[in-house]
Design a protein around this ligand. Structure first.
Ligand code: XIL
Length: 353
């Protein structure tokens, strides 16, 4: 009898707590204002080509909520340049076609990144002229293929090291320290109308690195190298300090170029705890953090410099952070069934104000 009573009380308690959560999110999921409607600047999402073509719910949510698209992986060198002079355009083309047919801005990511070098390029043998031609031809082939369809490109990604010096990579080794400037010139030759961005991570935490990026960008500008914008990836967590984020964003904004929050996601499980239980409290903190980032962006970046905010893939099922940490996490504004989370409400509230 006592046991039955205990069961009854537990069931009642479970119902009360969980129905609260459901009620809240149900209301949220019935709200018809979309992120792109509320946003005073372009609002983007990076997408996976396979999910976009095979998953209707994914495609519909992307289409409904966002007006800017970034390719998550499909335009990286290791996906495109599969063998010498041999390109696989399938993934890239399907994303760019989607952006065109739905009238969304297309941002291409990325031409030069030390972590997306194809195996055959790693093994490539040649003098510095052969290496230069390889990279130049890649940049110009890709930009040429999408000329007029891709509005902007992350040309170079993560070329500054965490200590503020030029990152040692296969490209710096074979092309010399000024290769970054030449990449922008090659890109500009291929599509003079495309907006060219520099993209990196950690400006919001590492001041030395932020200042080194600023110095590089100012140097490029002084030399009239065609560069139009800077991206802050912003893979952060609910514990990230707002004032540090503001500081990093202000340093980047002071360069005077367009400013893109280019890969936003907000993790809960920074310690990578394998058995972490995600609590309502954490999800509320995440809501708060999404809202703060949008507010800081509006506060710090003047209107004419706002290229927009892009989140890095869509739902808690699709985020690369889960694969990366091999631990439970929920960094995105949509849950694993593409329902809006409190994080979505945080974004929306930040955009609306
Ligand atoms: C990540 C993708 O999200 C993963 O799917 C892939 O396996 C590795 O690359 N910084 C960047 C992005 O500039 O290109 C990275 O994307 C995440 C970190």
């Amino acid at each position: 009898m006592r046991y039955l009573f205990f069961l009854l009380i537990s069931a009642l308690f479970w119902h009360l707590t969980n129905s609260n959560v459901t009620t809240d999110n149900t209301k949220l999921n019935q709200d018809s204002t979309t992120l792109k409607q509320a946003a005073p600047f372009p609002l983007g999402v990076s997408v996976d080509a396979r999910l976009l073509t095979s998953n209707k719910q994914y495609r519909n949510t992307v289409n409904r909520e966002f007006n800017s698209i970034t390719s998550e992986n499909a335009l990286k060198m290791n996906r495109l340049l599969v063998a010498p002079n041999q390109y696989d355009w399938s993934g890239g083309d399907s994303i760019v076609d989607f952006a065109r047919t739905t009238g969304k801005r297309m941002h291409g990511h990325t031409l030069v990144w030390h972590r997306s070098v194809p195996k055959w390029v790693e093994a490539f043998q040649g003098d510095s002229i052969a290496w230069e031609n390889l990279l130049k031809s890649h940049i110009q082939t890709v930009i040429g293929h999408y000329k007029g369809q891709v509005k902007s490109w992350d040309v170079a990604n993560e070329v500054i090291d965490d200590n503020g010096s030029l990152r040692k990579s296969i490209w710096s080794a074979h092309l010399g320290p000024d290769y970054v400037a030449r990449c922008y010139q090659y890109a500009h030759e291929a599509d003079p109308k495309a907006l060219l961005f520099y993209n990196d991570y950690g400006q919001e935490i590492n001041l030395k690195k932020a200042l080194a990026i600023k110095a590089m960008l100012l140097n490029l500008r002084k030399r009239k190298i065609p560069i139009h914008g800077v991206g802050l990836q912003s893979h952060i967590s609910i514990y990230h300090s707002d004032s540090q984020y503001r500081r990093g964003l202000a340093v980047m904004t002071s360069v005077g170029l367009l400013v893109h929050i280019s890969e936003l996601d907000i993790r809960l499980n920074t310690k990578k705890i394998k058995t972490l239980t995600i609590t309502e409290n954490m999800l509320e903190e995440q809501e708060q953090k999404y809202e703060s980032i949008v507010e800081i962006y509006k506060d710090v970046v003047p209107k004419k410099q706002r290229y927009g905010i892009t989140i890095w893939n869509l739902s808690d099922k699709d985020s690369y952070q889960l694969k990366d940490c091999q631990c439970p996490d929920a960094p995105m504004p949509f849950d694993t069934t593409y329902k809006k989370k409190l994080a979505y409400k945080g974004l929306l509230d930040g955009l609306r104000q």
